[in-house]
Design a protein around this ligand. Structure first.
Ligand code: ASP
Length: 328
């Protein structure tokens, strides 16, 4: 790597990239988040770069939650505000990596490079993929220019909006609609940014400072359409005292719902809940049809839509308290 006066910050949150197996021969039996991010970076011995490291959390990302997200956003905001910080890398478990990516993409207003990465094999597994992914992520974050929030995995750069973990075993666990190989991305960050700007955007009009003060999170539930879906879960929950404030539904095909589920969600909507339709298909995005009784659709996958809908509900609540501007 060439000499670079700018700093790159690597924030750790845990995951398999920081996982450790008591017996490397049984590397699938590991604990996520065991290794400090400083040690992961030290093992790479990056040349010619000023790198700061900090562990924000050391969790398995199946347990990612709003509190850790607030801590992560707080540290990102702190470091990104430094003029000499070129970019930030976030190491993360792969299980909810795409949810964190869309949260950061929606919330962070600046366009400095934030690269989120992870690994499918523990740090002491033979042929572990973490070092290469981390190295690629650091190189991208150190590149002059601004890429905004992106993910780097298995030699490719992905945009948060279409990023999805599709494989629970392969080293190429992630896919997106328009992945860019790492070398051309580093060579031309402007082209990368322009290419990704065509993807659906989901900005949330909420100041980071307001997000960091939230202590109560709206309940947004996710429900799937499937064969023999009769809407029982929705009808049961909307009758409870702490009924969800919003529903995201992973519909079949173009966001379609069984009659029973649609009727139940219409009841939820009539009681004041938001209902957003997405598709359980990994590719394509739901197109609203004239006459839809549930008219709100979201192009994101269901789990990412749930993050954005929660933020949108919060933004509205903060606006009603006079703390933030409304959604467009
Ligand atoms: N369970 C791990 C996590 O998400 C999986 C991984 O990182 O690949 O933290």
């Amino acid at each position: 790597m060439t000499e670079n006066k700018s700093r790159v910050v690597v924030l750790g949150t845990g995951g398999t990239i920081a996982g450790w197996a008591p017996d490397p021969k049984q590397a699938h039996q590991y604990r996520a988040g065991e290794v400090a991010v400083g040690d992961l970076v030290k093992a790479l011995a990056p040349q010619g770069l000023h790198i700061e490291t900090e562990d924000v959390a050391r969790i398995d990302s199946k347990n990612m939650n709003w509190t850790v997200w607030q801590q992560l956003v707080a540290r990102l905001t702190y470091w990104l505000a430094h003029d000499d910080v070129q970019g930030v890398v976030v190491t993360h478990g792969t299980d909810t990596l795409e949810e964190t990516a869309i949260l950061l993409h929606s919330l962070l207003k600046g366009d400095k490079t934030v690269v989120i990465t992870g690994a499918m094999r523990a740090a002491n597994a033979p042929d572990c993929d973490g070092p290469v992914n981390l190295q690629d992520a650091i190189r991208l974050a150190a590149t002059p220019g601004r890429a905004g929030v992106v993910a780097v995995f298995a030699g490719h750069v992905h945009a948060p909006a279409s990023l999805t973990k599709l494989d629970c075993q392969s080293l190429r666990a992630f896919a997106s609609s328009d992945p860019v190989p790492i070398e051309p991305a580093i060579e031309n960050l402007t082209a990368l940014r322009e290419r990704f700007s065509g993807q659906p955007d989901h900005p949330v009009d909420m100041d980071v400072s307001a997000f960091l003060q939230v202590t109560a999170w709206p309940r947004v539930e996710l429900v799937h359409n499937h064969a023999a879906q009769d809407g029982w879960l929705v009808r049961t929950l909307i009758a409870s005292p702490d009924a969800p404030e919003a529903w995201v539904v992973a519909g079949t095909g173009n966001g379609t719902l069984s009659q029973g589920l649609e009727d139940a969600l219409i009841q939820a909507q009539e009681k004041g809940a938001w209902v957003w339709r997405t598709s359980r298909c990994p590719w394509g995005s739901v197109q609203a049809q004239r006459g839809d009784r549930l008219s709100q659709v979201c192009a994101l996958n269901p789990c990412k839509a749930r993050v954005v809908v929660t933020l949108a509900l919060l933004a509205l609540a903060l606006k009603q308290q006079g703390l933030a501007r409304p959604l467009p």
